[in-house]
Design a protein around this ligand. Structure first.
Ligand code: NDP
Ligand code: GDR
Length: 331
């Protein structure tokens, strides 16, 4: 039986990846942080099927210990401080978790399983920032625009460096924005779909947003974790862009979400200047041609399907109804 270790298993991607790996017959291990109140909502339905270990990215010994105990063939490093605005408020912590945290995991892998463990790093389209080419591909130069983006550039290059220095199997997936009904409510897609559902149900009247003009290449998280797994099934480590090759403004996202609930967005959306970022990433659009060619990967859910599904899920959740399981992985 194959064994995998996921850091960040309680996050959006961690929960989908855990499901995918279980479906493929893996023994799945995950790292969780101790908190006074447990918040394992996204993986509650997997209780008893996965193995959870207390550790923290910044506690080197705890990471080494978990790798020893779980003895994985694959390590997926998804843990990070992942919210861009927080990275301006907590730049040091973001650097420690999102940048140096990667080295901590790589060092543990080097120590314990350098020749046997395949390592995946969750890199990000935020590394392209002020974009130097359209669309963005694996070789497009990076120009990050936030402490988060800067930290992810470090995480990407340290992964490449361990690959080249120690001949380790280290792969970096440069993933563009991916969403789902499990997305944190602070990210714009979920903030909008949750806001739409609240307005529809009479629980709110307005939704405050920042910049409506920025463009993102949005896909479905379930599709993107499939790409992560495929990257570690290759014979050689490499870097891959994972995206849909389509881009939409935040305003278009708002229009699709409000229309899905039969509402007029212009009556409800207010611009709040405090939500505008000190430096914005204006345009992201990724070309996943390499992932398609080498991994056979393609996205299966369109932007409109994704947003409409998220609105439906938030309406159900707020009404106390079962939230539709769009993944329906049958585990
Ligand atoms: P989430 O914010 O939903 O999840 C982040 C995870 O990291 C949580 O499980 C969190 O644990 C964990 N974590 C944070 N800090 C630490 C730490 N010090 N020690 C251990 N665990 C920690 O992120 P996503 O699932 O959306 O993203 C997964 C990864 O992919 C992240 O690295 C993100 O930066 C990257 N990424 C995401 C994209 C997206 O569009 N979703 C696109 C490109 C990259 P806890 O629950 O305890 O907070
Ligand atoms: P992003 O995602 O920063 O691209 O990072 P987010 O959804 O936060 O922002 C997308 C765009 O929407 C604009 N925006 C708002 N954003 C938020 N969060 N809240 C608002 O009210 C709002 N109004 C407008 C933003 O300015 C931005 O242009 C995500 C994260 O998952 C990262 O971890 C990941 O690496 C990248 O995607 C790829």
């Amino acid at each position: 039986m194959k064994r995998a270790l996921i850091t960040g298993i309680t996050g959006q991607d961690g929960s989908y990846l855990a499901e995918l790996l279980l479906e493929k017959g893996y023994e799945v291990h995950g790292i969780v942080r101790r908190a006074s109140t447990e918040s394992f909502e996204r993986i509650e339905h997997l209780a008893g099927k996965i193995h959870l270990h207390q550790a923290d990215l910044l506690d080197q010994l705890s990471i080494i210990d978990v790798i020893k105990v779980s003895n994985p063939q694959e390590v997926y490093n998804l843990a990070a401080q992942s919210f861009v605005p927080t990275s301006w408020k907590q730049p040091m912590l973001t650097g420690q978790f999102t940048a140096l945290g990667v080295t901590q995991v790589l060092e543990a892998v080097k120590l314990l399983g350098r020749d046997t463990i395949k390592f995946y790093q969750a890199s990000s389209s935020e590394m392209f920032g002020k974009v130097q080419a359209v669309p963005q591909i694996e070789t497009t130069p990076f120009y990050p625009r936030s402490p988060y983006g800067v930290a992810k550039v470090y995480g990407h290059w340290i992964t490449v460096n361990y690959r080249e220095s120690y001949n380790m199997f280290c792969t970096s997936g440069i993933l563009f924005n991916h969403e789902s009904e499990r997305r944190g409510k602070e990210f714009v897609t979920r903030k909008v779909t949750d806001g739409v559902a609240r307005i529809k149900l009479g629980l709110a009247t307005e939704l405050k947003l920042g910049n409506l003009d920025s463009k993102r290449d949005w896909g479905f998280a379930g599709d993107y974790v499939r790409a992560m797994w495929l990257m570690l099934q290759q014979d050689k480590p490499d870097d891959y862009v994972v995206a849909t090759n389509k881009t939409h403004t935040v305003q278009r996202l708002v229009e699709v979400a409000f229309t899905a609930a039969g509402l007029d967005w212009q009556k409800h959306v207010k611009i709040d200047p405090s939500l505008v970022r000190p430096a914005e990433v204006d345009l992201l659009i990724g070309d996943p041609a390499k992932a398609k060619k080498h991994l056979g990967w393609e996205p299966e859910v369109s932007f409109e399907q994704l947003i409409e599904r998220m609105v439906k899920a938030d309406l159900a959740r707020l009404q106390g109804q079962p939230v539709p399981d769009f993944k329906a992985r049958g585990i």
